[in-house]
Every structure is written in C-alpha cells, then in structure tokens.
Design a protein around this ligand. Structure first.
Ligand code: ZN
Ligand code: ZN
Length: 180
C-alpha cells in the first residue's frame, strides 16, 4: 500500500508513522533511517538531507523580519544541515539565487535559493556559518519528521514575533539571535 494519502485521509492520519500528504505534485518523496527528501511545491527541485547527527545539526523557529518576507508569512521553520550530507536529487539548475546583507538581523550576507518555476525557498546559506545550509521544514515530504527529528529546539527573534501568535511551548525562547 502506498504511504501517500489524499487530503481527506490526512485529517485522520497517524503522524507517529511516515506520513506523506498530497503536498507536492510529484509525490515521490521518501524517508528512511539515514535521510529524507525535501521538495519544492512544483516538484522540479528535490533534495535529500540527513535525518540524524552529525549531518543534521539543529532545528529552529525564526521570527526575524527577513523570515516574515521570505515566507510571506509570520515566521520561518528551519533546520540546519551540514553541506557534506546534502544531496541535490534533481533540479539544481532550476534554482535561482538572491542574496542580501541589508535586512539581515546579524552581520551576515544571506544567499537564498529559490525554485525558478514555483518560487519555493529551498534553503539559505550565510557567511556566518560556512559549510551549512538552512532548509525549510515546510518543504519536507514526510510530515512525520516535523513531529520528531525536525521538531524545533529553539525559537529566536521572539522580539519580532507578531503579538497574536504564542511561542512554541517547551523549547528555548531567545529574544534575538541564538547562534551568534
Ligand atoms: Zn518548484
Ligand atoms: Zn529569520
């Protein structure tokens, strides 16, 4: 039986097991003991990332002003991967880059890698942490991982969090930049 499910089945899904909702048109993501996939909205770009240390470094929520703009929403849900363990399964040439140092909450230049077709942000790279990429939890195909290995450990830039959202309970709350 396929582990891919329709939206109707998703509501009742048991998220304690691998769970692949209909969230990407290609529907060919996977997860296993070693690695899992992250795919853009249109499916052109697909990455494989490690699901354990040392390749998987950390996971965090960010409320900084950049993350508002970048996500077109209120915060970013991110995880950090060592580039030695990051694979581009397809679509690397379909990524477009845009970098900026003006708006960053830290003295870094951040390079953002977007799918040219659908605009999904796949990852960011920064001068402050060479050799690492910051991926987006929302691009991960197995939603079970959001409940487990990718569950954020830190929430940062709480000073910029919109007043009508509460922080994530039970994780470290940091007013500004945590990784400095
Ligand atoms: Zn895309
Ligand atoms: Zn941020």
């Amino acid at each position: 039986m396929s582990t891919h499910r329709t939206a109707a089945e998703a509501a009742a899904a048991d998220k304690s097991k691998p769970y692949f909702p209909l969230a990407s048109v290609t529907q060919d993501g996977y997860s296993n003991e070693e690695e899992a996939t992250a795919t853009c909205f249109c499916g052109t770009v697909q990455l494989a990332f490690p699901t354990k240390a040392p390749g998987l470094v950390d996971s965090f929520i960010c409320n900084c002003t950049d993350c508002h703009k970048l996500t077109a929403s209120m915060f970013g849900a991110n995880f950090v991967v060592n580039d030695d363990y990051l694979k581009h399964l397809r679509g690397e040439s379909n990524l477009t880059q845009w970098s900026n140092s003006t708006t960053i909450g830290t003295p870094n230049t951040m390079v953002n890698f977007f799918c040219k077709t659908c605009g999904s942000l796949l990852y960011r790279r920064g001068t402050g942490f060479p050799g690492h990429s910051i991926l987006r939890i929302g691009t991960v195909d197995d939603f079970h991982l959001m409940e487990t290995v990718l569950k954020p450990r830190v929430e940062q830039f709480t000073k910029d969090r919109v007043s009508w959202l509460k922080g994530v309970e039970g994780i470290l709350q940091v007013e500004g930049y945590h990784y400095g």
